[in-house]
Design a protein. Structure first.
Length: 434
C-alpha cells in the first residue's frame, strides 16, 4: 500500500494546481485522516514558490492550535526536504463542501443556512481570539461534517493556508483571497482585522440564501470594482419571501466601510440567532429548536456562565432538549435514573411526599445527585413543571465520556449551586429561629 510518512493512502479525494488531497489511515491513532500533499514543483516556482511555501508554513503552524468543533483540526504537518514530500494531516470530514448548495436549484432550507452561518461565525470568533484571520472564506472552504447525502447543519471551516496572524511580526503576504470573496480592505490591500472575515461570511450567506454572488463581473477587475463601489442586491430581491431581518444582516455584513460593518462576531452571531424568532422561520422549523438558538440560550443561563464557547458546543452534543407543559412530571420520587437536568425556560416545583421543597427557575439544575452521588440510586423527590418550559437533560454516562474541561465546568457549576442552596437554607433557618 502506498504511503506518505506513516500514513497509508486509501484514495484520492481532491486535486488542485499545487496539491493533492488523499484519504489516508493513521495506523497508530487508528483513524481516517485527510492529507494535503504539496506538489514538489509548488515551492520551486520563483516568487510564486516563495508565496506557496509561506502559505504552507502558515497553515502548518496552526497544527494543534485551533481546537474548535467547527474548525477542521490539523493533526500534523511535515515540511519535506531532500525529495521528501511536504504535507499537512487533517481531520477527515466526509460530507463535502457547501459549493453544491450555492446553485439556485439546490439551495439548503432557510433555517439550515442560518444555523450553518451561525456556526461559522462562532468558529471564526474563536480563531480571532487566537489571533487568526482566515482571509479566504468561501463555500469551498466550509465542509459538511456528516455523510454525503445526509442532513444536518454541522460544518467545519477549513483551509487556513491564507490565514493572517495578527500577532506575527513577519511580513504578511498581501493580495491573498478568492476575487469574488474578498473584502474591500483586501482589494485595496489595507490592514485587515476580523471585520474582513465578517464581510467574507456575508458574501457566503448571500450566496447560500439566493444562489447568486453579491458581486459579479466578467473579470477580476470588474468584481473588484463592484466590491469597492457598488451596493449589492438585497437577498429578498433575488429570492422573494426571505425575512427582512436577513436583508438587514447581509447588508450590514457587506458594508464597504468597517465603521458601518458589524464591529464584532458576537453582534453578527446574535442577529443570526434572532432570525429564528421570525414567525415564518418558526413555522419552517416545525418546533425544532435550532442549534443557534440553543447556543445563545445556554450563553444566557447562569449554570453555564463559566463555560467557554468550545465547552458550550460540547454541551449541545451531550444533551437532549425537551419542551414541557404545565403538570408534566419530570422526575418522580423513587425512580431510578442516571440523568440530571438544567431548566432552560419556565419554572418547576420540587416536592417530597406532597410537601413543597423548592421552586426552580431558568438556569437552575435538578437531579444532579444522580451525578454527584450515583450510589444513592433512587430519586428522593418529585419535579413537576409549573407551566410551559424547556428542559436540558444530560445522561451521567454521556458526561463521563466528555472532555475533562467540560466535566470540570459541570463540577464547578454544581459546586456553586450547592453552596448557594446551603446559604439559602441557613438564611431560612436563621429567619425561623428569629
Amino acid at each position: 500500500m502506498e504511503r506518505i510518512g506513516k500514513y497509508e493512502l486509501l484514495r484520492k479525494i481532491g486535486e488542485g494546481a499545487t496539491a493533492t488531497v488523499w484519504l489516508a489511515r493513521d495506523p497508530f491513532a487508528q483513524r481516517d485522516v485527510a492529507i494535503k500533499a504539496i506538489a514538489a514543483s509548488a515551492f520551486a516556482d520563483g516568487e510564486h514558490g516563495q508565496v506557496a511555501r509561506k502559505l504552507f508554513i502558515t497553515e502548518a503552524s496552526l497544527a494543534g492550535k485551533l481546537i474548535h468543533p467547527h474548525i477542521v483540526h490539523i493533526h500534523d504537518a511535515v515540511l519535506g526536504s531532500g525529495g521528501e514530500p511536504s504535507y499537512i494531516v487533517m481531520e477527515y470530514v466526509p460530507g463535502g463542501t457547501l459549493e453544491p448548495f450555492t446553485a439556485p436549484e439546490n439551495l439548503l432550507p432557510l433555517p439550515d443556512v442560518v444555523e450553518i452561518v451561525f456556526k461559522c461565525s462562532r468558529a471564526l470568533e474563536f480563531a480571532r481570539r487566537m489571533g487568526v484571520i482566515h482571509r479566504d472564506l468561501k463555500p469551498a472552504n466550509v465542509l459538511r461534517a456528516f455523510d454525503p447525502g445526509g442532513e444536518g447543519t454541522d460544518v467545519k471551516v477549513s483551509d487556513f493556508g491564507a490565514a493572517l496572524s495578527v500577532s506575527s511580526d513577519q511580513t504578511q503576504v498581501s493580495g491573498i483571497g478568492s476575487p469574488a470573496y474578498m473584502s474591500p480592505q483586501q482589494v485595496m490591500e489595507q490592514p485587515l482585522n476580523h471585520q474582513s472575515d465578517i464581510f467574507l461570511l456575508g458574501v457566503v450567506l448571500h450566496q447560500l440564501l439566493t444562489g447568486q454572488l453579491p458581486f459579479r463581473g466578467d473579470s477580476g477587475y470588474d468584481i473588484a470594482h463592484q466590491i469597492c463601489n457598488v451596493e449589492p442586491p438585497l437577498p429578498s430581491s433575488l429570492r422573494p419571501g426571505l425575512p427582512t431581518s436577513l436583508n438587514a444582516i447581509v447588508a450590514r455584513a457587506l458594508k464597504k466601510s468597517v465603521r458601518e460593518r458589524y464591529p464584532t462576531w458576537d453582534e453578527f452571531s446574535f442577529d443570526l440567532a434572532e432570525v429564528f424568532r421570525n414567525e415564518n422561520m418558526a413555522a419552517m422549523r416545525e418546533a425544532r429548536i435550532g442549534e443557534a438558538e440553543k447556543f445563545n440560550l445556554l450563553r444566557t443561563l447562569s449554570f453555564f456562565r463559566d463555560f467557554s464557547d468550545v465547552e458550550i458546543w460540547e454541551v449541545l452534543r451531550l444533551s437532549r432538549w425537551q419542551r414541557v407543559r404545565h403538570g408534566d412530571v419530570l422526575m418522580r420520587e423513587g425512580d431510578r435514573s442516571q440523568d440530571f437536568c438544567v431548566l432552560a425556560a419556565g419554572e418547576v416545583k420540587v416536592t417530597k411526599q406532597g410537601k413543597l421543597l423548592n421552586v426552580l427557575a431558568a438556569g437552575e439544575c435538578f437531579g444532579e445527585m444522580a451525578y454527584l452521588t450515583p450510589e444513592r440510586g433512587a430519586r428522593t423527590a418529585n419535579v413537576t413543571a409549573m407551566g410551559d418550559g424547556l428542559v436540558i437533560t444530560v445522561a451521567t454516562e454521556s458526561l463521563a465520556r466528555a472532555s475533562q474541561a467540560a466535566r470540570h465546568g459541570f463540577d464547578r457549576a454544581f459546586l456553586r449551586i450547592l453552596v448557594e442552596r446551603l446559604d439559602l437554607a441557613n438564611t431560612r433557618l436563621t429567619s425561623a429561629a428569629l
